[in-house]
Design a protein. Sequence first.
Length: 116
Amino acid sequence: MRNDPQKRLAMDNPYLPNGDPIPGFKGYAVNMIDLASEELDIQSSSGYGLRETLFYGVFRELQVYDTAEYLEAALPHINGGDAVSLDGVIARENGFIYSGCWYMHFLLILKCISVF
């Protein structure tokens, strides 16, 4: 994005079919990383910065939503890519949805099994 001191990538925000922004969308993970001023000057041999190379390579177009409810409502409008919510839900492009609650439940089951 031009004139952005953090040199965030220009990425289109997702929209509903009627053109309204998707409720609960916080941004793209790659752009939510605040780099220190000395990190902003690091460049690859081809002239790209950390955000375009390392962080985009890790996060790609990962969308971040405020809550699981907002993420679930946005799923029909996410075209490819993955999404996460700040309360721990991960939605994968392949359709799998992971929840922190499920993981905790799984740990409790393991603990119960180990008691017997």
